[in-house]
Design a protein around this ligand. Structure first.
Ligand SMILES: [Zn+2]
Length: 256
């Protein structure tokens, strides 16, 4: 989830945590533009009180302009290193992202390459909103980096292509918000996605993608929609996608 600066006033920390609690959400990957929102969430004593584990990621964006130039901007790399060194009140950052690449060739930008190598070296996860070609490019720089593919291809990469990438890169995980073709018109899991998730039950996870405030307004409905299609999977597989794949990745225990 994102806790960007425009969300902070209309959706204060107590409110977003209450939405998570009402939705049965017990853990989140938090990132924000700028990183202040994530730092505040990670430090919030209320999170532990309501049983929400916060896994903080460093975002690359100080502002909207950074979305389109970060991959070649050394000041972004410096900012990420500063954030990683500072950590949060409750522990170190566990990853980098979400970042965007609107042109996959920019996955070969100097800062993109350096960040992938940094993530691989430090054991940080990377959350990337990119197309399938950029997945290949990013993992060519750092084949052992743990890469979470945001939306598993928001442009709708064919399922066969997603399957081939999962087979080629054992460290690749797929996050499933906004994934075209995941569900049918009634919100149930499509046959081809049911087959893919069943073939790779330890490689997928659920995100809320609160990228605009409307997603916070709809938070409980979004989580309800995820539960509807998760219910189309065998319970042990649904449990992995909903919780344990991400929890294992970040060493998170189920909170009490
Ligand atoms: Zn995204």
């Amino acid at each position: 989830m994102h806790y960007n600066e425009e969300a902070v006033a209309p959706f204060p920390i107590d409110d977003v945590l209450a939405r998570m609690q009402r939705s049965g959400v017990r853990g989140i990957v938090a990132n924000s533009r700028p990183n202040d929102g994530t730092v505040a969430l990670a430090a919030a004593p209320q999170a532990a009180a309501v049983g929400v584990k916060v896994v903080p990621f460093v975002r690359l964006y100080r502002n909207r302009a950074d979305y389109t130039g970060w991959f070649a901007d050394e000041t972004v790399y410096t900012m990420v290193q500063q954030q990683l060194a500072a950590g949060t009140k409750t522990g170190p950052f566990k990853g980098i992202g979400e970042f965007h690449l609107y042109d996959s060739a920019n996955a070969d930008g100097p800062v993109a390459k350096k960040l992938m190598l940094l993530a691989q070296e430090k054991g940080l996860a990377v959350l990337a909103h990119v197309d399938d070609d950029a997945i290949d490019r990013l993992l060519r720089h750092a084949p052992r980096a743990q890469l979470i593919w945001a939306h598993t291809g928001i442009g709708g990469a064919p399922v066969a292509r997603v399957r081939a990438l999962l087979a080629r890169y054992p460290s690749l995980m797929g996050e499933l918000s906004y994934r075209p073709g995941l569900t049918d018109a009634n919100g149930h899991l499509s046959a081809e996605w049911k087959a893919l998730i069943t073939a790779y039950p330890d490689r997928f996870m659920i995100g809320s993608d609160t990228w605009v405030n409307a997603r916070w307004s709809d938070y409980e409905a979004l989580m309800g929609a995820a539960r509807l299609w998760l219910g189309d999977l065998p319970a042990p597989i649904a449990q992995r996608v909903a919780w344990s794949n991400a929890a294992q990745m970040f060493g998170v225990d189920l909170p009490r």
